[in-house]
Design a protein around this ligand. Structure first.
Ligand code: BLA
Length: 514
């Protein structure tokens, strides 16, 4: 078992974060055996919060806390309860002082879970959420034109609701690294927009858990975790599985990361698309901050709504890009077929071949002439690249997101031609159309963030976001944003047309000569 084994920066994806045996101190936890409905484990802070020591609760039902009305309500819930949380406002009749609690109930791991969060007013109503703000937030999401606008809207709406300093939409890439796609923040804070982080910042088992449980909340990153009494689940002889517990104590490694980041409180909402973790809405506040369960629930609702809208917006974006490519392609080919000069048609008019794709620059390489548009390598470098293409590729359309990995000489071209898309017109004569993309990491900069100097723990440099950013930069060294299937398809079409046009011109010349 890994429980108790030291977790370091290198094995943190093996930390059993679902079995911490600890909770956050802003509430209390009671675990009841699902058959006997008696308390088998209680958090050690019940005396402080409820005036009853764990020992006074163990072996009993909830009659020690609830009056007959609330008790009957809970009893009626038990049979239908699943891992999905149910909320109940309750006056804990036997609790002196602050008796108003919200009870969050769920069933999991052969236990009935009762988590209590104090309410700071006498109302035990749980439907106090604000319909107009939900209405407003949904309106904002539905009016978005693009994926970016949708995510920006979600970030702004969540920040509006919870008032945190910073709300970011963090999106995962296929390699599990991620970047900040949209952000709403308190004026004066340094933006994180565009920053990238490596896959290791959010270990595998955490991602798996965030697919099951949509929201995590840490009210105070400096909290002292509260143990359970007794520590082990009596049926399974291990700590109870807190996958669905709202008070679950989070990984100490992650808490250190948050402290290094300058966060006092965080909330994270999963964004899930087609059963995969697409990204997260991450919220940070510089000081500790309690968000009510109802408000968290509302944010979770927005996260689910955003999740449901992502796919269609992404598709719309792709269609818009495809339409842009088609339009540029059509205009370009028109210039080429109506103008007398083939090459001039490709670069003298707008759109030029460079405008067809998202890229830094493009080049038209003919046997005796190279025309460059935008950010490209030098003519001499393009000459060598063409020579390499002629000897190393035979596809009519060749593409790579890392030329340097194929040809070490490419390492010198990272500022302009880390990624290459090449259309062969007449390769034996060295005739190509080329599109270039710069190295990804060059398009991203570190935005500087308040953080302490990296610490040494057990002889290892302890994690910090800057280190993460450096790690990400290393992982993507010498790579560019990959070429999309729709771009390759358009490149094939362009090639087909140009080859035909050239053939036609050639035939006409021959006919005239005859
Ligand atoms: C969890 N790491 C997380 C979570 C986020 C991040 C969002 C989810 C937990 C939460 O709700 O806060 C990372 N947060 C980010 C990133 C941004 C952000 C990238 O706001 C960018 C804007 N973390 C590391 C390393 C390890 C590690 C090296 O960087 C391990 C050695 C561990 N991260 C780690 C663990 C968790 C985590 C164990 C799970 C925490 C838990 O839920 O218990």
């Amino acid at each position: 078992s890994l429980v108790g084994a030291p977790i370091t920066l290198t094995n943190c994806d093996r930390e059993p974060i679902h079995l911490p045996g600890l909770i956050q101190p802003y509430g209390f936890l009671l675990c009841l055996d699902e058959q006997t409905r008696r308390v088998v484990q209680a958090s050690a802070n019940t005396r402080e919060l409820l005036g009853l020591a764990p020992e006074e609760l163990l072996g009993h039902g909830l009659e020690r806390l609830l009056g007959p009305g609330a008790l009957a309500e809970v009893e009626a819930l038990w049979p239908t309860l699943t891992e999905a949380a149910r909320l109940l406002g309750a006056r804990l009749d036997h609790v002196a002082g602050q008796p108003f609690y919200k009870l969050v109930l769920h069933r999991y791991d052969q236990l009935l879970w009762v988590e209590g969060e104090p309410v700071h007013h006498a109302s035990t109503s749980t439907s106090a959420f604000d319909l107009p703000s939900l209405n407003l937030a949904l309106g904002r999401l539905l009016s978005a034109d693009t994926l970016l606008d949708l995510c920006q809207g979600a970030a702004e709406q969540v920040r509006e609701l919870i008032g945190f300093d910073r709300v970011a939409v963090y999106r995962f890439a296929p390699d599990d690294s991620g970047h900040v796609l949209a952000e709403a923040l308190r004026p004066g804070l340094p933006p994180w927009l565009g920053l990238h982080y490596p896959a290791t910042d959010i270990p595998k088992q955490a991602r798996a858990m965030y697919l099951k449980n949509w929201l995590r909340f840490i009210a105070d990153v400096d909290y002292a975790p509260v143990p359970l009494v007794p520590p082990l689940h009596p049926r399974t002889a291990r700590p109870p599985d807190m996958t669905y517990a709202v008070l679950r104590s989070v990984s100490p490694i992650h808490l250190e990361y948050l402290r290094n980041m300058g966060s006092g409180a965080t909330m994270t909402i999963s964004l899930i698309q087609e059963g995969k973790l697409w990204g997260m809405i991450t919220c940070h506040h510089q000081s500790p901050r309690l968000v009510s369960y109802e408000l968290r629930d509302l944010c979770q609702f927005l996260g689910k709504t955003l999740s449901a809208l992502l796919g269609s917006k992404e598709q719309q974006d792709q269609q818009a890009y495809q339409a842009r490519i088609h339009l540029a392609q059509a205009r370009l080919l028109e210039h080429v077929s109506t103008g007398e000069n083939f090459v001039a048609g490709l670069h003298r008019h707008t759109p030029t071949i460079r405008d067809v794709f998202d890229c830094g620059g493009a080049a038209i390489c003919l046997a005796d002439d190279i025309n460059c548009i935008g950010a490209t390598p030098s003519v001499a470098q393009i000459d060598s690249l063409v020579a390499w293409l002629r000897t190393h590729t035979d596809q009519p359309v060749f593409h790579t997101d890392s030329y340097a990995r194929l040809n070490p000489a490419g390492a010198a071209l990272q500022a302009t031609a880390s990624g290459i898309l090449a259309v062969a017109l007449a390769p034996e004569q060295g005739e190509y159309l080329l599109w270039f993309r710069p190295e990804q990491a060059r398009t991203v900069t570190w935005a500087g963030r308040d953080e302490k100097t990296p610490r040494l723990v057990n002889g290892e440099v302890f994690l910090s976001p800057r280190q993460s950013f450096e790690a990400w930069k290393q992982a993507v060294e010498h790579t560019a944003t990959p070429w999309l299937p729709l771009e390759l398809e358009a490149a094939r079409e362009i090639r087909q047309h140009l080859v035909e046009v050239r053939l036609k011109v050639f035939n006409e010349l021959q006919a005239r000569a005859a």
